[in-house]
Design a binder for this molecule. Sequence first.
Ligand SMILES: Nc1ncnc2c1ncn2[C@@H]1O[C@H](COP(=O)(O)OP(=O)(O)OP(=O)(O)O)[C@@H](O)[C@H]1O
Length: 652
Amino acid sequence: MATTKTGAPLDRGTLDTLLRRRLFYTPSFELYGGVSGLYDYGPPGCSLQANIVDAWRKHFVLEEDMLEVDCTMLTPHEVLKTSGHADKFADWMCKDPKSGEIFRADHIVEEILEARLKGDKEARGEKVVEEEDADKKKRKKKVKDIKAVKLDDKVIQEYEEILAKIDNYNGEELGKLIVDHKITSPTTGNPLGPPVSFNLMFQTSIGPSANLPGYLRPETAQGQFLTFNKLYEFNNLRMPFASASIGKSFRNEISPRSGLLRVREFLMAEIEHFVDPLDKKHARFSEVADKVSLKFLPRVVQESGKTTLIEKTIGEAVREGMVDNETLGYFLARIHLFLKELGVDQEKVRFRQHMPNEMAHYATDCWDAELFTSYGWIECVGCADRSAYDLTVHSNKTGEQLVVRETLEPPRVWEEWDVDVDKKWLGPKFRKDAKKVEEAIARISQEGREKLAAVQKAGGKVFVEVEGLGSVELEKVTIAKNKKSQNVREFTPNVIEPSFGIGRVFYSLIEHIYWSRPGDEARGVLSFPPKIAPTKILIVPLSSHTDFAPIVAALSAKIRRAGISNRVDNSSATIGKRYARNDELGTPFGVTVDFQSLKDGTITLRERDGMKQIRGTEDEVVEVVRGILDGDTTFDQALAKFGEFQGQELDE
Ligand SMILES: Nc1ncnc2c1ncn2[C@@H]1O[C@H](COP(=O)(O)OP(=O)(O)OP(=O)(O)O)[C@@H](O)[C@H]1O
């Protein structure tokens, strides 16, 4: 069960109401009844999103010297056909043939088995906490399957094992689970049809004629792969390097649900780190190896049907081979540090390794950073080793080499057996089959060539097996061991890809930092770290007297000039109510302008979470806030310096 920092159960209904009331985000096209999976962000939502993106850009693009690109969202069919998305970027859906209602196959299995386990708990008299979920609530009115029925211990174990591996089943296996466990439509109770594959890309056509079919991109990655050569050149032909991109992606999800967590249009921030496949070390790995500990849920643990987390440093995890290589490990650690910087609750983060079936068609290893929310563990960042897959397929399709050429110093030197057949003999002898014979010779291994050389040296005849011709004698052939050297090594880089869904991070973060003041559950607080908070300062004039207006306007401008966002609340509500409103917006600081301000120019600064205040000149207060935003000081240090101010009755 998700709880807040005070230990109280997280009331998702109240939080949802708060987020809508304060216009963090709202369903799109609501006047027309809305469209599932589409949301608009309001002013605080836009600021929060911009601050998360800004932190991401600083943490990754600037800190790691990445090459940022902004590629188009409209993508021609051919590109996504080559990448494999046109054929394989799909989920399994099944249909209630009578009502026509469509379900995502893994979700329906998950939902029903979870409901049965809950029913079992109820039947045993255990307390069951129901999370509020608008989609499920709608269905629940009619759900036929969910009853308080005791289950056999063996069945419970089986259900738990299926749920632990739910992401690992293919369509056929999901179909079998649906039949074996008598899973029917939760709305009508009708049997469901077998799972069929549904491609998640939105199709369109580019230009007025239908000649150029395309899609809205499902990820930003492909644009980055296609600019690889230009970026490699831009980087002065140095490896390894990373590109990065922030932009919208689109997926026609079968059943959008859980608010911002599964939507049809979302902001992604993706990194493609290009690395030598023979050397996946990372130059900065030592900076995190012993300092960053992560909670891992590796594949082996999941295979045993468990969810026990293993905590260790990233250095240990890579040394033991649990995480495949340093570069992947380095990025897992950097993702962890980024989430920490945003204010994500450290007790609610885990890194889960993908099961083999679950991995995307291009990936060789993949770890997800998952955040715990009232919807369960949610994948917010995927970190995959995409190997050389994408560059190879695009290179094969276009004929353009997407490779790195590395000068070898000193050159690589080795010896190799060569088989040289006399072309003047080969051509006339085999005519149209000459090429076949040549290819068969080329396929002879080094070991095979050495054996043939020995046969020839002993005066024997040399033969090669040719498809369709059988054993062919090579009458005119020279077999010799020659010295070789190579000055340039050519290889297709591998790609390590950390991929962030900004909306999922945005929502999960909000759940982690939301709480209500004890004794006043209706009064929500969003404790964003100051750097991430949508607005930094609320300016509250204590009186509506006209003398206050010019001072407040000048103060607001001064704070703005210092690069600190602020809003003035000169409404007639009590000061306590005005602060409460801003607690909901997560504004970390409140500044009051009172009658004393008119006399001596001092103002008060209130910190949102502890509600303590200090008093100082305008410049002093601005400096304190700037110091906190830059990470140079804390509010507690300011309290120690200025002393706590208790002069005002704040009616809180
Ligand atoms: N429908 C969606 N709505 C919001 N964010 C999404 C959605 N699909 C993916 N993301 C985000 O994009 C990131 C990278 O996408 P990726 O392809 O790895 O997701 P995925 O494995 O397909 O996600 P899921 O299994 O939850 O559908 C995810 O970690 C997630 O944060």
